[in-house]
Design a protein around this ligand. Sequence first.
Ligand code: IMP
Ligand code: MG
Length: 179
Amino acid sequence: MTDRPYVIDQMISAKSIAARVESLADEIEAHYAGTDKLIVIGLLRGSFVFIADLARELDLPVEIDFIEASSYGNSTTSSREVRILKDLRGEIEGRDVLVVEDIVDTGFTLSHVIHLLSARKPRKLEVCALLDKPARREVDIKARFTGFEIPDEFVVGYGIDYAQANRNLSYIGKVRFTD
Ligand code: IMP
Ligand code: MG
């Protein structure tokens, strides 16, 4: 599949992303107003560009941590296993936490991570997702803050990959196969 030729059609420009990140940061600041410290947790690897831009727009005391989860599809059942490959470095008990995700697709990854982090008893736990593909949802979960709702297309760029490629694009584009 990764050998199939494809082109990338721009879907969301770098300028639109930057504008949306600014307004998301405003919403997040309002939500966490007065916090002594917000722990912003990026889901590796897809969120690394988004979290870098978002964190710099947040006018709050912030700490950054990362967690990495990997999911395995199982085509015979609609259930999926999610494994934690890299856990947080810090404690979140009693803290204000914001999980930053690139895309909410089926929702399995996010629901697993939220479940895991909730068990550690943060004071407040919300999710900010850059992209949401509601048409693909299998688990009833929604990010508190969403950058853009997009149709059921495979997208890349701004941290998001196709077979590890294209994470460095400054915009978000959809993959179109040309064969
Ligand atoms: P979920 O568990 O199905 O919600 O999986 C979400 C994860 O799948 C995202 O964090 C991405 O890493 C990956 N993913 C979902 N849709 C896309 C896409 O269109 N392009 C690249 N990765 C995607
Ligand atoms: Mg991801």
